[in-house]
Design a protein. Structure first.
Length: 301
């Protein structure tokens, strides 16, 4: 990916969203030619020269110190995800000898699958930063069956099921995700964050290219240059077998596998969603038994 273009468009988009009043600056005159702050205003707030900031916004972060990056982040009122993204873009701007291509894992170790299988009362699954679903426990396999069984986003011999591909390319996603618009916005923002962290991941570049060529909505979200962490919150799903589920989720790093995330879904006690997860467990057990019977009958034949 073109680091200079990413830097240029990210900084310009963050500058455009802040008014002088929001930055604590007087707005002289009513005929401003730019949306948001001027470059010289950002430079003033960041404590750098105008020429230096202009060079940064043209895409040159090579050599920018931590203090300068912090000053710009403060001036542009960046949140934690945006600050991390700016730092990642700066790291990628260093000479090629200091960069490291780090493709995300495509499989999990057997012990991680054992951990998932030991979690029996909550859906739990492992994903990489590209949002490939690499491993699930039985309850997560049942919960995300619309994704995993999707002919568009579902797993094949050559690739894992990918939730972002499902969101943008499979029309069924609008039915499965109750808050579809937010999910689509967040999915693109999380991929943008990963693209800054690991711009040389060929599989990630391929995924972004696929989504960009096939989805106008993805192109719009990608062009916003928004970034977002995915750590905790609530997710509403409409499962075809058990109906709507209003779930809590936690996304946790694995210390032994820092490029992987353990996603865990729970329900508040004594709620319809808690009952729905119990029903989902029964549905999953029945589905597994039916699949086993089908395979056994096929083997007999």
């Amino acid at each position: 990916m073109d680091n200079r273009a990413q830097v240029r468009e990210f900084l310009a988009s963050r500058r455009a969203r802040i008014t002088p009043a929001q930055a604590g600056l007087p707005a002289y005159g009513g005929n401003r030619r730019v949306k948001g702050l001027r470059r010289e205003e950002v430079a003033l707030l960041a404590g750098v020269s105008i020429d230096y900031y202009i060079r940064m916004e043209r895409g040159d972060l090579a050599g920018a110190s931590e203090a300068v990056l912090d000053g710009v982040a403060n001036a542009l009122q960046l949140d934690d995800a945006e600050r991390e993204h700016l730092q990642a873009l700066a790291r990628s701007a260093r000479p090629a000898a200091t960069r490291r291509a780090r493709p995300g894992p495509a499989t999990v170790r057997p012990v991680i699958q054992q951990v998932l299988d030991a979690i029996t009362e909550a859906p739990a699954w492992i994903r990489n930063a590209r949002h490939d679903i690499l491993a699930t426990n039985p309850l997560a396999r049942a919960l995300y069956s619309p994704v995993l069984d999707s002919p568009i986003a579902g797993a094949t011999v050559k690739r894992a099921a990918n939730t972002t591909r499902f969101i943008y390319l499979d029309p069924a996603a609008r039915e499965f995700f109750v808050d579809y618009d937010r999910m689509a916005t967040d999915a693109a923002a999380m991929l943008r964050l990963e693209a800054g962290r690991n711009p040389h991941d060929k599989a990630l570049i391929t995924l972004i290219g696929e989504l960009s060529t096939q989805s106008e909505l993805f192109r719009q979200h990608w062009a916003s240059h928004n970034v977002k962490f995915h750590r905790s919150g609530r997710k509403r799903l409409r499962h075809p077998a058990v109906g709507e589920l209003n779930l809590n989720f936690e996304a946790m790093e694995l210390p032994s596998e820092p490029d992987l995330r353990l996603n865990l879904y729970t329900a508040d006690p004594d709620t319809p969603t808690a009952d729905g997860l119990k029903l989902l467990a029964s549905w999953a057990a029945t589905r597994t038994a039916d699949n086993t019977s089908t395979r056994d009958a096929h083997d007999i034949r």
